[in-house]
Design a protein around this ligand. Structure first.
Ligand SMILES: [Zn+2]
Length: 244
């Protein structure tokens, strides 16, 4: 049961812009995903005990029967959006001015080193996420859609603090882990924290964040916290000591 859950946790995308479907996360799907009978969900459901509270997760790693909350969750003053802590449907802050200003600084620094960065996807409203997810479910079915698109209320892009970053001229690597192999991707991974951004879903941390690696998805948390997380090779979940 746990093994099945781990497999699905690995292939979940936090971005949900649909551009990730061709990447390695798809080929990492195992034969287990081919179960398409009516009992598949039941078979793949697993139970996690977290702080004496038993929660049941579905094949997508989402908590079964979880309702979106009335309030967004802040832990140590940091807004969090994850499978454990979704956002209210009416939470619509728009893109953060502070995060945008930090990105502009980051972009200017990158340019001095010869890289032209682009934030190709930032704030995404709940309604837009509803639209995107419905289209993907319609096209590919729910199980497949869950592997590359966040469900409405669960996308970090709804916080206004998530920036998908790529390099102008290398658009083929937008929302693609091929970005990690480029000089610009390496520069960003090494320098983003100086401007307050952390790579939100690092490689090797899939079972901690609950999402597959996304070398392009960055979350603004401010310079101090970003530097702490970067230097400790950590994640937002580990920094806040919360579950995925
Ligand atoms: Zn993203």
């Amino acid at each position: 049961m746990m093994a099945s859950f781990a497999v699905f946790a690995l292939i979940m995308s936090g971005c949900g812009n649909g551009d990730t479907k061709k990447t390695e996360d798809q080929s990492s799907k195992t034969a287990e995903t081919s179960q398409n009978n009516a009992t598949a969900q039941e078979d793949l459901t697993t139970k996690n005990t977290e702080k004496n509270e038993e929660v049941t997760r579905d094949a997508g790693g989402y908590i079964v029967d979880q309702e979106l909350p009335k309030e967004a969750t802040y832990i140590n003053d940091l807004l969090i959006a994850s499978k454990k802590y979704p956002l209210p449907a009416d939470f619509a802050p728009g893109e953060s001015d502070e995060a945008r200003a930090a990105f502009e600084e980051l972009k200017a620094a990158a340019l001095l080193d010869g890289f032209t960065l682009s934030a190709f996807s930032t704030y995404r409203s709940y309604d837009r996420q509803v639209e995107l997810y419905a289209n993907y479910v319609n096209r590919d079915g729910r199980e497949a859609a869950d592997t590359y698109s966040a469900r409405p209320g669960y996308s970090e892009h709804q916080t206004g603090l998530a920036f998908d970053i790529g390099e102008v001229g290398n658009e083929q690597y937008f929302a693609d882990n091929g970005f990690a192999t480029t000089a610009a991707g390496k520069w960003l991974a090494k320098n983003a924290h100086t401007y307050g951004f952390v790579m939100r879903y690092p490689k090797g941390k899939e079972d901690i964040t609950g999402y597959m690696h996304e070398s392009w998805h960055f979350r603004y948390v401010g310079k101090d916290i970003a530097t702490d997380i970067y230097k400790n090779n950590s994640t937002l979940e580990e920094y806040l000591e919360i579950g995925k």
